[in-house]
Design a binder for this molecule. Structure first.
Ligand code: 3PG
Length: 306
């Protein structure tokens, strides 16, 4: 089968070599499309491929229409909001993710961003410490749980909200369960967001929630920019000069935010949570193995458009 690795933000060279090695040893042919300037390049590149490995690359209905031979798309990573699942299902294309493979990288970045903001963006101004502060984790899945566990080691007190987990499961993961999003925001000096971008979560974090946060709190977003109501964030930061926002997913209104709020706001220029050598390798190789396994045995364990 012909497998295309299409990555606007490429994997490390070592990860690409590892992916190719697995696929070729299993009898597949591999082609790559990296740092492509326009979406039409992806549309053109999928014309004759049977399988596709992507990161945050956009697999739209147009891509799926153009990919006449496509059978499987593996998103090497966790979030699959970049894939039109309905269109994929309509085209009988299986979509998978590689859950957990890049979680540690994202969790480490979340902690790094907290320290960066606590220490005044590494300027000589007097900062503060994480120890003794309360961290709220919104969604206690693969990433959230790692953030909680690492933050605990720094002396933070962890609470978490996750509608898909029981209180016992949250406690077993090292956090105190919280039962409403309002309570979570109201009790968190640091709030780390780990919810996916879904119709129900898009713009779900806005003025009302953000202004519930205690004095001096920091909101940390290593999830998706879409879950923030950016007008609400702007209003909350205007009204509450004590609050800070740090994110790995640059908001659309970032220029206006930094102009108004300076060092109270920080965004990485390009999403970098999963951009480590280890995460590239873990997620990339997992994607390659899942494709080989699917073609060899029909295994659809990680399918997300069932
Ligand atoms: C994910 O959903 O796995 C992360 O957001 C990583 O995305 P990336 O592969 O584009 O860095």
């Amino acid at each position: 089968m012909k497998v295309l690795i299409a990555t606007q933000k490429p994997f490390s060279a070592a990860a690409v070599a590892g992916i190719k090695d697995i696929l070729v040893k299993n009898g597949h042919q591999v082609v790559t499309l990296e740092k492509y300037p326009e979406q039409k390049d992806l549309v053109a590149a999928v014309a004759d491929v049977d399988a596709l490995i992507i990161r945050s690359d956009k697999v739209t209905a147009e891509v799926l229409d153009a990919a006449k031979n496509l059978k499987i798309v593996v998103r090497a990573g966790a979030g699959f909001d970049n894939v039109d699942l309905e269109a994929a299902t309509a085209h009988k294309v299986i979509v998978m993710n590689t859950p957990g493979q890049n979680s540690n990288a994202v969790a480490e970045l979340a902690l790094g961003l907290m320290i960066f903001m606590a220490r005044t963006q590494f300027t000589p101004a007097t900062g503060s410490e994480l120890q003794g502060k309360r961290l709220g984790v919104q969604a206690y899945g693969n990433v959230g749980r790692l953030v909680g566990q690492k933050a605990k080691a720094l002396g933070m007190n962890i609470c978490a909200l996750d509608p898909f987990l029981t209180d016992e499961q949250i406690v077993a993961g090292g956090a105190e369960p919280v039962h409403s999003v309002e309570e979570l925001y109201a009790s968190s000096d640091y709030l780390s967001i780990h919810i996916p971008a879904l119709p129900a979560t898009i713009k779900s974090i806005g003025y009302d929630l953000i202004t519930k946060m205690p004095k001096g709190a920091t909101l940390v977003n290593t999830a998706r920019k879409e879950v923030i109501d950016e007008d609400g964030l702007m209003k909350a930061l205007e009204e509450r000069p004590d609050l800070k926002y740090v994110t790995d997913v640059m908001p659309d209104n970032y220029a206006a935010l930094t102009e108004k709020f300076g060092a109270r706001v920080f965004a990485t220029p390009k999403k970098m949570g999963a951009q480590t050598a280890e995460a590239n390798m873990n997620a990339g190789l997992a994607a390659a193995r899942q494709i080989c396994d699917y073609f060899a045995t029909g295994n659809t364990r990680f399918q997300v458009n069932k």
